[in-house]
Design a protein around this ligand. Structure first.
Ligand code: KDG
Ligand code: MG
Length: 403
């Protein structure tokens, strides 16, 4: 099965997605997600200028060899742009190999280890009544686990919180990033009361998650984790900036609230301390930003030795192709934990037709051969690239802070 073409498709149905589309001499089409929020064109160039020409004429079955060729062969390893580009190739090749075998991809990864993947949905509200309403809405949609984000008095706009009834999308379609404010002390004063009220209203059984989005210092995170222990969180996510693996030692030594980290990490090397020293409970990486199924599987196998489970990133900036890859991998591995599911805008389905399903709180990748996703090229052309950026945070005195 020889690769004949490798084309990069940039399209913005609802938001921007970058997709690698590989065709073979047998007429099969394989897809890989190469979407890196706010830096989309950098990956498109890496792929189109430097990787696609190297793929032509290669055997599409050679998934491992191609991964090593691109990773070691570039000399410059790791980093989000590189690893997202390699991920797109890896996932597109897995898609092709599974289609050629006539099997849904999860069957090539070891077969199904469960009926479906427990998914968590997002609920955010500026104040408690709004938040409570948002949680009720998610439960009515079928979610059985909920991520809770809340407004904080004195902070005008906050990660994960939007006006009632509007879909939350962190990247804004503006030529420059919008600026938001942050105040750790106000947040730390307010959030425990919110989580207490939510736990009280929704009872002890509902899995509740919360994302700090990299904003606290280690000692603040340690205190926060400890203060949330009575509310039995499923996880506390990105409590400190993820690249400082050692910071979690301090957090861990003060709290038994489970910790999740890794949506911005992109290599197994970013996890060596975190996994080896048992500093986290859930791995947030998605195939899209971590070098694909081949590389994420290695991270998750290492994690399994330490009873650390998956919690793959599934925001709207992981495309339907990337979501499908996460679902096939999550269905097959033994140490699956939970899957984030932030459904795409309805217009995204004009371009990407998917086979995955969501019922009774569980996602399933479907039984179509390969990933189960089709890309309509003519439809993609109707949604030309639109720049969008994630916000930037500033403290009350104007200092830039982690967003
Ligand atoms: O591109 C950034 C988003 O994917 C991120 O802000 C979403 O933190 C996120 C999450 O947990 O989904
Ligand atoms: Mg997050």
């Amino acid at each position: 099965m020889i690769i004949e073409t490798a084309e990069v498709v940039v399209t913005s149905p609802g938001r921007t997605f970058v997709t690698l589309r590989i065709t073979t001499d047998e007429g099969l089409v394989g897809l890989g997600d190469a979407t890196l929020n706010g830096r989309e064109l950098a990956v498109a160039s890496y792929l189109g200028d430097h990787v696609a020409p190297l793929l032509i004429g290669r055997d599409a079955h050679a998934v491992e060899d191609t991964w090593q060729f691109l990773h070691r062969g570039a000399y410059w390893r790791r980093g989000p742009v590189t690893m997202t580009a390699i991920a797109a190739v890896d996932v597109a090749l897995w898609d092709l190999v599974a289609q050629r075998a006539g099997l849904p991809l999860y069957q090539l990864l070891g077969g199904a280890s469960r009926r479906g993947l427990l998914a968590y949905g997002h609920a955010g509200g500026r104040e408690l009544p709004e938040l409570s309403e948002a949680i009720h809405r998610r439960l009515a949609e079928g979610f059985r686990a909920i991520r809770v984000q809340s407004g904080v008095p004195g902070i005008a706009a906050l990660y994960g919180v939007t006006d009632p009834g509007t879909a939350y999308e962190p990247a804004r379609r503006t030529a420059r990033p919008v600026e938001e404010q942050w105040d750790s002390r106000a947040y730390l004063r307010h959030l425990p009361g919110v989580l207490e009220a939510v736990r009280h209203e929704f009872g002890p059984a509902l899995p509740l998650l919360h994302d700090v989005h990299h904003r606290l210092t280690p000692i603040e995170a340690a205190r926060f984790g400890r203060s949330l222990e009575p509310y039995d969180l499923f996880w506390l996510e990105d409590c400190t900036p993820a690249e400082n693996q050692e910071a979690l030692r301090l957090v861990r030594s003060h709290t038994v609230t489970p910790l999740a980290i890794g949506e911005v990490l992109n290599s197994v090397h970013d996890y060596r301390t975190l996994i080896g020293e048992q500093l986290v409970d859930f791995i947030r990486s998605s195939p899209t930003h971590t070098g694909g199924i081949t590389a994420l599987r290695r991270i998750l196998d290492l994690a399994a030795l330490h009873q650390i489970r998956s919690g793959m990133h599934g925001p709207t900036d992981v495309s339907p192709v990337g979501m499908a890859a996460a679902l096939h991998l999550g269905l097959a591995i033994h140490n699956f934990g939970i899957q984030e599911y932030m459904p795409h805008a309805a217009v995204t389905a004009d371009v990407f037709e998917t086979s995955f399903t969501f019922a009774e709180g569980l996602l399933h990748p479907g039984e179509r051969p390969g990933l189960g996703v089709r890309l309509d090229l003519a439809a993609a052309e109707k949604y030309p690239y639109q720049p969008a950026y994630l916000p930037v945070n500033r403290l009350p005195d104007g200092t830039v802070h982690d967003w």
